[in-house]
Design a protein around this ligand. Structure first.
Ligand SMILES: Cc1ncc(COP(=O)(O)O)c(C=O)c1O
Length: 423
């Protein structure tokens, strides 16, 4: 989704609205660090340099102290997000933010996330983790013997646990599309998605090797056979542009501690307009009540806000707001162009060193995975000594690299040197 000046200004304006300049500032507590505790940073121009094309490195201390290439695992946050987290706790220390104000800010963040994926705010609820979205969907579809669910071999572990459980307890047919040389082919989906398929579920970008699905083709296939398409977007949102309308995705959920520059415990959940009667609630509480009716009756929100049934981890919601504002300020298309280019250069370098790549050539994500022909424990030690941070999966003998917006061509060179064992 392209960032328009209007949407940026809207974000800045909403963040600047409310008591004092910041939604977090208590009138009793002036800002101590005008650079971070206020929203002034939103208006500061980003000055790119040859070594830091996006002009973001000074905001990411984690990137300055190490060669941090592990954003597919946990993305370090920029200073601005940390400042919002600290300010939230400070308010709790001195002058707790009232619930109504936190709920208002939650709606601001809901609108920010909706913009990021080209949805409407009414289509976004807040859950606590990516897996919660999939559990809600699986429960709502009331899957039974004879129904099938189609996933693929590059999906996350949750799907194998969840649908494996439903296969064992309810007799559903779990169909796993294999990958071929690290890619999952549409023709293989076409072979197994049929009239009894209730759900096709994929990760937009695979955590295993960064493979990116053709979401539009998958949505068309699922819909043509009467199924819904659920997407785990935790490795995609904030890394590459996401457009749920253009692709036809029905349902999507993602944690926010990776590419969205947030923390743990909050996961936006997109439910396409028109699906709320199928994706029914399985839990109830005080906070999704839109109106109290006579006789102890309650009208629950008619929008996806109905999934916010109880108090949320509001400190994380506020930090997510700052993370999303940061992403809007930099622009996801720019982040994609920078990180995907570096990832492709890294892949090419690894291939030229004779490494066996799990990530297919041409992959347009910021993740690169390769197999090790040497002792993974020794590689881990070598990385530690060189200050290189990446995921070494010892049991699978794999290394996964996740390139963040703050990484540089120099980081890629350092990584290539260390992976080869050059000092
Ligand atoms: C593709 C994918 N899905 C989900 C998760 C995490 O799921 P959850 O937010 O439910 O803990 C990860 C974490 O690495 C992931 O890579």
């Amino acid at each position: 989704m392209s960032l328009t000046r209007r949407s940026f200004v809207a974000t800045a304006a909403t963040l600047a609205a409310g008591a004092a300049a910041s939604p977090l500032r208590s009138s009793a507590q002036p800002a101590t660090d005008a650079g971070l505790d206020s929203d002034a940073w939103l208006e500061r121009p980003l000055i790119g340099t040859a070594g830091d094309p996006l002009g973001v490195r000074p905001d990411f201390p984690a990137a300055l102290s190490k060669c941090y290439l592990n954003s597919a695992y946990i993305m370090p946050v920029p200073k601005q997000v940390a400042a919002v987290g600290r300010a939230f706790v400070d308010r709790k220390l001195t002058d707790p933010i009232p619930l109504g104000e936190m709920l208002k800010q939650t709606d601001v963040v809901r609108a920010q996330f909706a913009r990021l994926i080209n949805a409407s705010a009414d289509e976004i609820g807040f859950l606590f983790a990516t897996s919660e979205g999939e559990n809600i969907v699986a429960n709502a579809l009331d899957l039974r013997a004879g129904d099938n669910v189609v996933i693929d071999a590059l999906h996350y572990e949750t799907e194998f646990v969840l649908y494996g459980h439903l296969r064992d307890t309810r007799g559903i047919d779990l169909r796993v599309v294999p990958h071929v040389n690290g890619a999952v082919r549409m023709e293989d989906f076409e072979r197994v998605v049929d009239k009894k398929t209730k759900l096709v579920s994929v990760a937009w970008v695979s955590h295993q090797n960064g493979f990116v699905h053709d979401m539009r083709a998958l949505a068309e296939l699922a819909h043509a056979r009467g199924a819904l398409l659920y997407v785990d977007a935790i490795q995609a949102a904030g890394m590459i542009p996401i457009d749920v309308k253009a692709t036809g995705v029905d349902l999507l959920c993602c944690g926010t501690y990776k590419w969205l520059l947030g923390g743990f415990g909050v996961a936006p959940f997109y439910v396409r307009q028109g699906l709320l009667d199928r994706i029914t609630l399985d839990r109830y509480g005080a906070l999704h009540v839109a109106r109290e009716l006579p006789g102890d009756k309650f009208e629950i929100h008619a929008t996806a806000k109905r999934f916010d049934y109880a108090t949320l981890p509001f400190a994380e919601v506020y930090q997510l707001g700052a993370g999303l504002a940061y992403l809007e300020r930099v622009g996801v298309p720019k982040i994609e162009a920078h990180t995907v280019t570096l990832a492709q250069e890294l892949r090419a370098g690894l291939a030229s060193h004779g490494k066996r790549l799990f990530t297919p050539e041409g992959t347009r994500s910021a993740i690169v995975t390769y197999w090790l022909d040497e002792d993974p424990a020794a590689v881990k030690k070598r990385f530690e000594k060189a200050g290189v941070v990446a995921t070494v999966r010892e049991a699978k003998r794999e290394v996964r690299v996740g390139v963040g917006l703050f990484n540089t061509a120099e980081d890629i060179t350092s990584f290539l040197r260390t992976s080869r064992g050059d000092s």
